[in-house]
Design a protein around this ligand. Structure first.
Ligand code: HEC
Ligand code: HEC
Length: 306
């Protein structure tokens, strides 16, 4: 029923080109899997956070299974302060997130341990959005990488693939600035299978080029609950949208609109839902190519001492 548009072929071809050329990132020192200390950048961060995110020594297991000594200053900080670590042509995080002033995006400082622990939006009320999954509040240390903002920003591609990064944030709510708000309003009024859903919301998932020139319909990739459909997700019907993602996993179903897990839950919470996050949040750093094989989601292979 949903024929794959040629665009998908292009995306796949693009992804292949990337993994052939730069799967270890654009950093000058290309590290390969068998090298001593080799590890994917996101796995290194996960290990560091799992060790309590110390401002000092920790150790990790490299891709060959050997224990490797590491340190915040030499192994973690450079992931945020060096150009081209995450991919060819990508700028250091600190070129945009360099202190807690208004000039630094999200008033976020990724140039020091203290800055990272303060998190984002430090001048807002309440101050500080934690980056590593810890509770709000200065000095909280209940780190949780799996649910952290940092993990989501480094791994999750904005949907649909191909939406351009716009630093003015002009396109974050959709091409006319109204699309995301329309979904939000529908969710706020109970996310019902009503005329609004059928005539205004569903077409945003099933039509090509709604979210930007050359972008494919969500349903070209998320069309039913089989393994062939990315995240076993069906955005082609009301029932599918309510079942959510990963419906064949245990526990089944990742809710899209912030509702609790479990069929039929209606405690919708747009602000904390996956759909909002995927439509608005650009993957960091800007410029990372979408790779449909997911090869690049854990970042380049880096090594101790980089
Ligand atoms: C070219 C500038 C630029 C670079 C480089 C950049 N960012 Fe961002 N970052 C932004 C902008 C703009 C936003 C907000 C808009 C958005 O979500 O796309 C943002 C948002 C974020 C957020 C969300 C904060 C919140 O409160 O939700 C995190 C976390 C983040 N960036 C981390 C990083 C990391 C880590 C890197 C490097 C790997 C990086 N950024 C590189 C511009 C940049
Ligand atoms: C070209 C194929 C493609 C298109 C088109 C596409 N997606 Fe995706 N989507 C993916 C892939 C691949 C992933 C998983 C990898 C990733 O995060 O980048 C994903 C992940 C997601 C997730 C995360 C599910 C979870 O459990 O975390 C959501 C939600 C999502 N997409 C929604 C959408 C929406 C909404 C649209 C249309 C606006 C869309 N997608 C268009 C391929 C696509």
């Amino acid at each position: 029923m949903f024929k794959k548009p040629p665009l998908i072929g292009m995306l796949v071809a693009g992804a292949l080109a990337i993994s052939a050329g730069a799967c270890v990132g654009g950093s000058k020192s290309m590290v390969s899997e068998g090298d001593p200390g080799a590890i994917k950048a996101v796995d290194l961060l996960a290990t560091w956070v799992g060790a309590g995110a110390p401002n000092g020594a920790f150790s990790y297991e490299d891709m060959s299974g050997n224990a490797t000594d590491a340190n915040f200053d030499t192994d973690i900080l450079p992931l945020f302060t060096k150009d081209e670590i995450w991919g060819e042509g990508t700028a250091a995080c600190t070129s945009c997130h360099f202190d807690n002033s208004e000039d630094s995006y999200h008033e976020m400082d990724l140039s020091s341990y203290e800055g990272m622990m303060k998190g984002a939006d430090v001048n807002e009320q309440p101050p500080g959005v934690p980056l590593f999954g810890q509770s709000m509040g200065v000095g909280m240390t209940d780190f949780d990488w799996g649910h952290s903002k940092m993990k989501a920003r480094l791994r999750n591609n904005r949907m649909p693939p191909g939406v351009e990064f716009d630093i003015t944030e002009e396109n974050r709510d959709g091409p006319t600035g109204k699309e995301v708000g329309m979904i939000e309003a529908w969710v706020a009024s109970g996310a019902k299978n009503d005329a609004t859903f059928q005539n205004m919301i569903l077409p945003m998932f099933t039509t090509d080029e709604v979210w930007g020139e050359g972008t494919a319909a969500c349903t070209s990739c998320h069309f039913d609950n089989s393994e062939d459909s990315y995240h076993e997700m069906d955005l082609s019907t009301y029932e599918g949208v309510m079942k959510g993602a990963d419906v064949n996993e245990q526990p089944p179903g990742v809710p899209l609109f912030g509702q609790s897990m479990g069929m039929g839950m209606t405690d919708f919470d747009w602000g904390h839902g996956k759909m909002k996050e995927r439509l608005r949040n650009n993957r960091m750093p800007p410029g990372i190519e979408f790779d449909i094989t997911e090869e690049n989601r854990d970042g380049p292979i880096v090594a101790h001492g980089m």
